[in-house]
Design a protein around this ligand. Structure first.
Ligand code: PMP
Length: 405
């Protein structure tokens, strides 16, 4: 058995059938599948370790607290952060961005200030900024892109001004696969005294990241896109910045002392973690990180690069197929349209063949408007995908096209 097939055995779902056919799962941009190791960790937690954290003196509570805090430590090392205080557990990328937009916005945004995002953002890195800009009468500006789906960096240089308070961009576009030059963006922002939030939802499972090396101010991601459960995610923030921001939500755990007259807040990271968190999710996330480390980014990058090259080459053999997003620096996401056919129709037919792809606007409607298309068909690969699955996709697409045209 080759190395990839051995890896596939770690993911029980990959051996199931859909509509009587072997599942071909190519929707990793939406969510990744979970290895047995992560499933076992969560099962063990609920079967033998479940308890609330940070509150009880009893053994179970202390054990659960230790595991949860060890998980924080695992996340910290994985992204190269300096301190556990800089790692905030959230519900996911969307929750993390809303936290910063709300908290940062309340404290630091004034009338006429500017926030910069890009034309290829997911709705969750657009709408929270629109909401806070509306509230504070601040201005939202957008870095344009070219037809290849790359940021126009010269335009960014012109957009940044002394009024710019924060730049929020994704590292990798979920729709186009474009890898953005985040280090350069951070340099430009810092030269202009602006902060940077990086949405790493699509990069965290596909490329190593080091927040200190990047000198990024805030970095956010979701567990479920990196082989961990849904409902857990991370906000990394530089300690001094997080210390300076007001809490996002009030409740248990985030307080130091409560009286009816005044409440004082807990220290980091608890200040931003009101209420009982997703304890099993946090522990599951650490298990997923251990799994990624076991596979190794060398293997991940090699396999995903090969899938991108082979997938692009084979898809382009299909008449009338046009790839949306041809950036020079790209990850293993291939979005495409087929002349005369709506993406939903293709998606529905190939589902009958056991093939799972994403169809639609991928929560990037402004990007669809830019390319003047209603949506795309998106195949997004993980390291457990194979060239044989690319062949099945191409064959399935040809069959669907024959039926529809
Ligand atoms: N940003 C990007 C780039 C994404 O791909 C996604 C998920 N598709 C999100 C943000 C939102 O992530 P979540 O739904 O896990 O909060």
């Amino acid at each position: 058995m080759d190395a990839i097939n051995k890896i596939r055995n770690d993911f029980p779902i990959l051996s199931r059938k859909v509509k009587g056919k072997q599942l071909v799962y190519l929707d990793n941009g939406a969510t990744t599948q979970k290895p047995q190791q992560v499933i076992d960790t969560i099962e063990k937690y609920y079967a033998y370790e479940n308890s609330n954290i940070h509150r009880g003196v009893h053994t179970l509570s202390q054990e659960a607290t230790t595991k949860y805090e060890e998980a924080r430590e695992t996340v910290k090392s994985f992204i190269g952060a300096g301190k556990n205080e800089e790692i905030i557990f959230t519900k996911g990328t969307t929750d993390s961005i809303n936290l910063i937009a709300s908290s940062f916005g309340k404290k630091l945004l004034k009338k006429g200030d500017e926030i910069i995002i890009s034309a290829m953002e997911h709705h969750s890195n657009i709408v929270p900024w629109q909401m806070i800009c509306e509230e504070k009468e601040a201005v939202l500006k957008v870095i344009p892109i070219n037809k290849k789906g790359e940021l126009i960096m010269e335009a960014l240089e012109k957009l940044v001004s002394p009024k710019t308070k924060l730049i929020a961009v994704n590292h990798i576009s979920n729709t186009l696969g474009t890898i953005n030059p985040i280090k350069k963006i951070i340099e430009i922002a810092h030269k202009n005294n602006a902060l940077v939030l990086i949405d790493a939802a699509q990069s965290i499972a596909h490329t190593p990241l080091n927040v200190v090396d990047l000198d990024v101010d805030f970095l956010v991601f979701s567990g479920h896109k990196m082989f961990a459960p849904t409902g857990v995610g991370i906000l990394y923030g530089k300690e001094a910045l997080l210390n300076d921001l007001p809490p996002y939500q009030g409740g248990g755990d985030m307080i130091k002392e409560v009286t009816f007259e005044k409440t004082t807040y807990n220290c980091l990271p608890h200040k931003f973690e009101a209420g009982t968190p997703n304890i099993a999710g946090g522990i599951g996330l650490a298990s997923a990180i251990d799994y990624i480390k076991k596979i190794g980014f060398d293997t991940i990058l090699k396999q995903e690069k090969a899938l991108l090259a082979y997938g692009t080459q084979e898809l382009l053999t299909i008449d009338g197929l046009r790839i949306i997003g041809s950036a020079d620096n790209k990850t293993s996401v291939i979005s495409f349209v087929i002349d005369g056919i709506h993406p939903f129709d293709i998606g529905t037919i190939i589902d009958q063949l056991g093939i799972a792809v994403r169809t639609g606007h991928h929560c990037t409607q402004p990007l669809m408007n830019f390319f003047e298309i209603p949506g795309t068909i998106r195949a997004s690969f993980a390291f457990y995908n194979t060239k044989e699955e690319v062949d099945i996709l191409v064959k399935g697409l040809k069959r669907a096209i024959n039926m529809l045209l």
